[in-house]
Design a protein around this ligand. Sequence first.
Ligand code: MG
Length: 384
Amino acid sequence: MEEIVILGSTGSIGQSAAAVLRSSPGKFAVAGLAAGTAGSALFAQIEEFAPRAVSVRDEAQKAILDDWLSAASRVGVDTMCGVSGLERLAVMPRNGRVLNALAGGVGTFPSLAAVKSGMTLLLANKEALVTAGALIMAEAARNSARVLPIDSEHSAIFQCLTGENRTDVSKIILTASGGPLLNMPAGKITPEIVLAHPVWRMGAKVTVDSATMVNKGLEIIEAMWLFGMALDRIGVVIHPECIIHSMVEYVDGTTKAVMSSPDMRLPVSYALNYPERVPGECGRLDFSMISSLSFQEFDPGKYPCFQLVMDAARGGGLLPAIVSTADEVAVDAFLSGRILFDDIPSVIEHALEWGRTEGAGNIEVTPESIGEYMRATRKIVPCQ
Ligand code: MG
């Protein structure tokens, strides 16, 4: 059996991964699980998958986990916490796969650890490539580690590229649902409105990022690193039905698209089983029931946050890490009612300007510089 570690096992993607593993029993052994909180969702996964090691957010959560393990007479489970716990789990599976479904910049260091030790990294955490794409892809190449995308758009692009020569690609087209605010009349935008995504059930951070289109900016950077594609050859089109998950246009004028019902179990299953496809329980497309697929031009002018992310991408160096960290802080502040939705762009802009005055576009991206600037960004943003 191949071993797998799931980082972020109780979140939306982590739960999809658990469902996929459940549907093919005997194929994978779960060596490790990581979750923020030691609660009932994690305990149920420990009961079901019997991992050798479990990591949680901090010492307080680890104490709760240890108590539960001893009360449940589960001996021999190695417990750990924090970033070091994630890094230890990421190098644990024997010749195996590490599924990184963490939310936010915390996913960066375990991703790096996984590729450095030659693991196959199944990546749902886009912030890792936004923050440290150059490092992660270079270490992956040096250590013959594979990076397989789970983000639905990137899974689609990966599938479109399979069997093709990269030199024949003319452009990548990312589809965007338009997010929860696409057809919303003007008015106060509350966390409740933003969290009601019309198609995807996802974690809070990525759902808010879909509304601001930060998510699509981060995904462009993610595609740039994953597929070695220049920024100006990656476009976006709004496609509210979320049936086409992204497209690749080739030099001869052919465009390939990947279509399926919007169900994250599909990209999870594809990455888990790659290069095989295995039968699954996901709904099939019934083209007699789909009356139309619609597309709208994506207007960056409507999305100041998207433009700021792209400015950071063009600036390079540590600017994407700074902008991504600032967005994380701003999303937290919005969800907890400390700032308004319309304040999010100014928080990101403040951090980007600060990064420019620091010359962060020209600072070498190393694990140390990333850590330093992620911490510094949290201090200078105006909404702690
Ligand atoms: Mg996506």
